[in-house]
Ligand binder design. Sequence first.
Ligand code: NAD
Ligand code: MG
Length: 298
Amino acid sequence: MADQYTMQDPTQQYPKAGPEYMQEQEPPGLQVEMTPIPDCGERTYRGTGRLAGRKAIVTGADSGIGRAVAIAFAREGADVVLSYLPEEEADARQVVKLVEEAGSRAVAVPGDQKDEAYCEQLVETAVRELGGLDILANVAGMQQFVTDIAELTTEQFDATFKTNVYGLFWICKAAIKHMKPGGTIINTSSIQAYKPAPILLDYATTKGAINVFSKALAQQVASKGIRVNVVAPGPVWTPLQVAGGQPTEKLAKFGETTPLGRPGQPAEMAPAYVYLASQESSYVSGETLNANGGTPTP
Ligand code: NAD
Ligand code: MG
């Protein structure tokens, strides 16, 4: 069975999109209702003890990139607290099972990260249930395309910033209080931070903010022995994209303009988070690791 270490042609490793990718769901969307179902490494991610004994929080852990990160962290030996929205319970149940099958603890803490009290409670629960906190992977995010600024409501602008920027700030703030030297934070930006799509005005702006926030925070907490880094994915096949993230007709060619010519799968993002979470990246902080199919970035 192939795993993430098997040498193969990256242009052929996963299929291109096609007409069958055109589908629509209400946000936040459920991965169990997608066709094809994204690959989050369920059958392919092989752990080698790179995070043995670590205690981690993963946000957006029910589906897509967060699910792939939760599976990878668990298979590398970490216990994982899973954050997601209550309406995503069907996806989250599968992840709890996968983490437990890896021999790790899974603690589900559903809630809305637009709410500061939830963000604090998420971290407090992790510290209480796991006995500390070593890794915070902020993967949750919302993306709703709007073609014209005239139709971009204050409510949406606010919700995108509350979810993508404020929630991340509140969770980082609560987490750092509990982190010891060696602790790591990994935030999630996007290719949208460098090549913003005209229809993603609010979303792309939050992703730029996440890069800058992370570079500033990395310097602030360096003397505490805590590292802060970022993963910036390109087009990845997840619920976010089919639940208002893209116009449905665009999904048939999703990822086609990347140099590798196809969309990425969540499973291909997880190793970047594992690297930045582990001690292997001990001299890396304030960095953004682009996993975007080969598109040049500044
Ligand atoms: P996804 O829909 O699987 O994951 C996003 C998750 O965010 C949801 O599952 C949900 O649990 C969580 N979330 C959203 N709003 C929330 C709220 N208010 N409170 C708590 N949780 C909330 O999609 P994904 O593509 O895996 O997204 C993960 C991250 O990757 C996001 O930050 C997204 O911006 C980023 N990203 C995705 C792509 C892509 O092409 N899919 C590209 C670049 C960056
Ligand atoms: Mg989800």
